[in-house]
Design a protein around this ligand. Structure first.
Ligand SMILES: Cc1cc2nc3c(=O)[nH]c(=O)nc-3n(C[C@H](O)[C@H](O)[C@H](O)COP(=O)(O)O)c2cc1C
Length: 210
């Protein structure tokens, strides 16, 4: 059992999982906890979709591999291709492990029909182009953190992924999933007991008073 500080300080993004697939009930329990997050006007926009179908996973993988190959080829014709190619390779590594993850989810948002800022904006009362998507994304982040902390509490590990979205277009995601995810989430039992590197963040850099 962790206290909150231990929990926050020992959470890590986990990308290497054992083959053991967590029970469905455990997965649902974690999602249920991740629903307890602050959201704009209590809108609760976040939706978790577990991808269980091997054919959907395979389609996503094929599509992303194709885009990776296309990007590598396009990069080859650049004047200095090396740096960009290494970049693509690195982000492919940050993508590829999702296909071997014991649990794979896509996380999306279902926006409400009307919002406070949207209504004001449509009525012409808000002149600035108010970015209401931002509000929902703040809620999404809060939910993902709840998901990660609950996962960690249960002795499991997880990783948020947006790199895969660079390897597939929105249209293809709609075709394959039927919705457009904001990110993917992997989850499983951590494979290696790597020694935990303590991290130090200098409060002076991140906090000030005015
Ligand atoms: C919005 C977002 C997108 C991320 N995308 C990826 C990703 O595509 N692939 C990946 O391996 N990690 C991804 N991460 C995890 C970060 O790399 C990780 O949080 C960061 O390196 C800090 O490590 P820690 O989570 O272990 O503290 C993402 C994290 C966030 C918040």
């Amino acid at each position: 059992v962790f206290n909150i500080d231990q929990l926050l300080r020992t959470r890590r993004s986990i990308r290497d999982y054992s083959d053991t697939v967590p029970d469905d009930s455990k997965v649902k329990e974690i999602v249920a906890s991740a629903l307890h997050y602050p959201s704009p006007s209590g809108s609760h926009t976040v939706r978790f979709v577990r991808i269980k179908s091997p054919s959907i996973t395979e389609k996503l993988k094929k599509e992303m591999e194709q885009k990776r190959d296309d990007l590598m080829e396009a990069a080859s014709s650049l004047e200095k291709p090396k740096r960009i190619k290494n970049y693509i390779k690195a982000y492919w590594r940050y993508t590829e492990f999702m296909f071997g993850s014991p649990v794979l989810m896509a996380v999306s948002q279902k926006f409400p029909d009307s919002t406070f800022s949207g209504t004001l904006s449509k009525a012409g009362l808000l002149k600035e182009n108010y970015d209401e998507i931002r509000n929902f994304n703040i809620g999404l982040g809060a939910s993902l953190m709840a998901f990660q902390l609950k996962t960690h509490c249960e002795g499991l590990g997880s990783c948020i992924l947006t790199a895969p979205l660079s390897f597939i277009g929105k249209d293809r995601l709609m075709d394959i999933l039927g919705f457009e995810p904001n990110c993917f989430l992997t989850m499983g039992y951590p494979q290696s007991d790597e020694e935990l590197q303590e991290r130090h963040y200098d409060i002076k850099k991140y906090y000030r008073e005015i």
